[in-house]
Ligand binder design. Sequence first.
Ligand code: GLA
Length: 386
Amino acid sequence: MDDSKIGLFSRVFHTRPQLLASAPGRINIIGEHTDYNNGYVLPAAIHLRTRFLATPRPDSRVRIWADDFQQEETFDLDAISPSEKCRWANYIKGIFWILKQEGYRLSGVDAMVWGEVPLESGLSSSAALEVSVIKGLSSLFGIDLPGVILAKLAQKAENDFVGVQCGLMDQFISVFGKKDNALFLDCETLDFTLFPLHLEKAGLGILVYDTKVRRELASSEYNLRRQEAARALGVLRGKGVRSYKEATVERLENAREEMGEIPYRRARHVITENERVRKAVEAIRRDDFCGLGDLLFRSHQSLRDDYDVSCPELDLLHDVGKGFAGCLGARLVGAGFGGSGIALLEKQTMEGFRKRMQAEAAERGFPRPEFYEVAIGEGASVSRLD
Ligand code: GLA
C-alpha cells in the first residue's frame, strides 16, 4: 500500500489509523444467476482491491473520507439511515447497521476508503467495499466471525440496508478468494473448493471488457428474474423436484406447459448453467481451456436467449470472440444488462482483440468501452498498523 494514504489519514483525522483492511473485486468464470437459485458458481477474486483504513473514536460518531470521491460522510451510530446523495456511503453504513443489529458493541470510527475496482462495472466494487469494511470493523472491535458469516452479513447489509437483492457469490469470493485459484461454491450448502487455474502456464489471460453501459432498470430487472426463476421452481417442486441442482432439462420439459414460456426459459438457463459450472470445473482440472472457453460462449448464449439479461454491447463481445482466432471463450459477467464481460484469450492476441473490440464498438455507435487485463488475486485481508 501507498504510505501517502496513511499520511493523508493523519492529516484528515489528526490521528493515526490502527488498521488496514482490504478486499478484492471479482470476475465470475461461469455460473451466472445461479447463486440466488441455490446452484453452483465459479468466481475468482481479481487483483483490483478496495482499501479501508480505520481507528476507533471515543464517541459514537463515524466519519468516513472517501478519497476517490473527495467526499466525507458523517453519521451517528445511534441513528444510521441510508443517504440519498452519498450512495457509496450506504454500503459502509449498512455494515455498521448490520453489526449493530446482530448485537455487537461498536464505538465510532474515523475511516478512509479508496480503491481500484471500477464502479458499477459488474466487477463487484460494492462487495469489495462491504467486505473490506466488515473485515476491518470486526478486527478493530475484536469480533471473531468466521468467513462464511462475514460474507453473509455483508450480503444481508446490501439486501436489507442498501436495498439490492443480490445473492451471496460476490461477498463470498471477496472473502475467500485465493491468488491464481478459482472457487467452486455450492450456494445451497456453502461447501466450496479452491483449485488452481493455470492460465499463465497455458499462455492465457483474462480481459475484462467494460461496456460502460449502465442500466437504470438493472436492479428491478434483476429482482424480476429472481421472481420468475422462483416461480418456475415452485412448479417443478409440485412435480417432486426439490431444487434446481436436482432438476434436469427432461423433467423441466414435463412442466413446460404448466409454468408458461418465460419461467420455462429462466429455469432452463439455471439448470443448464449449473451443468456448465460442473463441466467447467472438470475442464479446469484437466487444463482443458478450449473446453472451458466453449462453456463460456454457451453460458453467454443462455444468458442472452433464456435469461434475457444481455444487451447489444455485451453480445458484441460474444460475437467478436467467436470469430477471433486467439479467443477461447467470452461472455457477460455479473448481473448483465450492461456492465462487463470477460474474454479468455491467448496472451499474445490480447492487444489485437482489444483494438478489434474498440473498432467494432465505435462502428456501432456504442459507448467507448474500457478494458482491464485482470490477474487472479487474494481474498480479503487485514493488518494492524500499530
Ligand atoms: C450480481 C449479484 C450476484 C449474482 C450475479 C449474477 O453480481 O450481486 O449475487 O446474482 O449478479 O450471477
